[in-house]
Design a protein around this ligand. Structure first.
Ligand code: CDP
Length: 207
């Protein structure tokens, strides 16, 4: 069974994807890490984020393992990731890697922006996780503060709005709700309630 989880920044899709994967004993791929790691490789090499030739090479050079999440989860890297994620050659370079992961025997859980639309259009269960920008900014500010990053709620909210706009308006695999996805708004749900709702959606799809 392939479970595709998509949604905007800080919607809670990562937490839900991890929990669903643990529940069903499936491997999980946080595809945002691929874009974050591509951006990180460019920054470390002193390259521009919008250099599509270098960005494609950086994406092709990624290994699916050994992500240093500590270096990738920061606020700056989320922003940088959404710049490289808008480059069609980068998306193409990462497509096969994601589809190979999804094709594991037994299935997989993937979360991102285009899993249900582009990477796994045939996924059995597709959930589009969302929440209001204010709720998402609150969650992200708490998460960043927990990581020891200095945060300003207004700046985080501004980041979220800017990323929503960039991710939704790009020409290559924009953030859109797949036709057959179920929308799960977690604005008023805590993690346990959101997980329960997500599980009900998956169970329903499995018949
Ligand atoms: O955790 P958060 O939602 O803030 O970020 P993420 O899922 O790690 O994604 C970071 C950025 O990578 C997003 O803003 C997207 O621009 C891009 N991304 C994408 O384009 N496609 C994906 N499947 C996953 C992430």
């Amino acid at each position: 069974m392939i479970i595709a989880i998509d949604g905007p920044a800080a919607s809670g899709k990562g937490t839900l994807a991890r929990r669903l994967a643990a529940h069903f004993g499936l491997p999980h791929l946080d595809t945002g890490l691929l874009y974050r790691a591509t951006a990180r490789a460019l920054i470390d090499a002193g390259e521009r984020l919008d250099d599509s030739v270098r960005a494609e090479a950086a994406a092709r050079g990624l290994a699916l393992t050994d992500f240093d999440e500590d270096k990738l989860r920061g606020r700056e890297m989320g922003e940088a990731a959404s710049v490289v994620a808008a480059i069609p050659a980068v998306r193409k370079a990462l497509l096969e890697m994601q589809q190979t992961f999804a094709a594991r025997p037994g299935g997989a859980v993937l979360d991102g922006r285009d899993i249900g639309t582009v990477i796994c259009p045939n996924a059995q269960a597709k959930i589009f996780v969302t929440a209001s920008p204010e709720t998402r900014a609150n969650r992200r500010a708490l998460e960043l503060a927990g990581r020891g990053e200095k945060v300003d709620y207004a700046a985080v909210l501004e980041d979220i709005r800017k990323r929503d706009e960039r991710d939704s308006s790009r020409s290559s695999a924009p953030l859109v709700i797949a036709q057959d996805a179920v929308v799960l708004d977690t604005s008023a749900l805590d993690i346990a309630a959101a997980f329960k709702a997500a599980l009900a959606i998956v169970d329903d799809k499995r018949g």
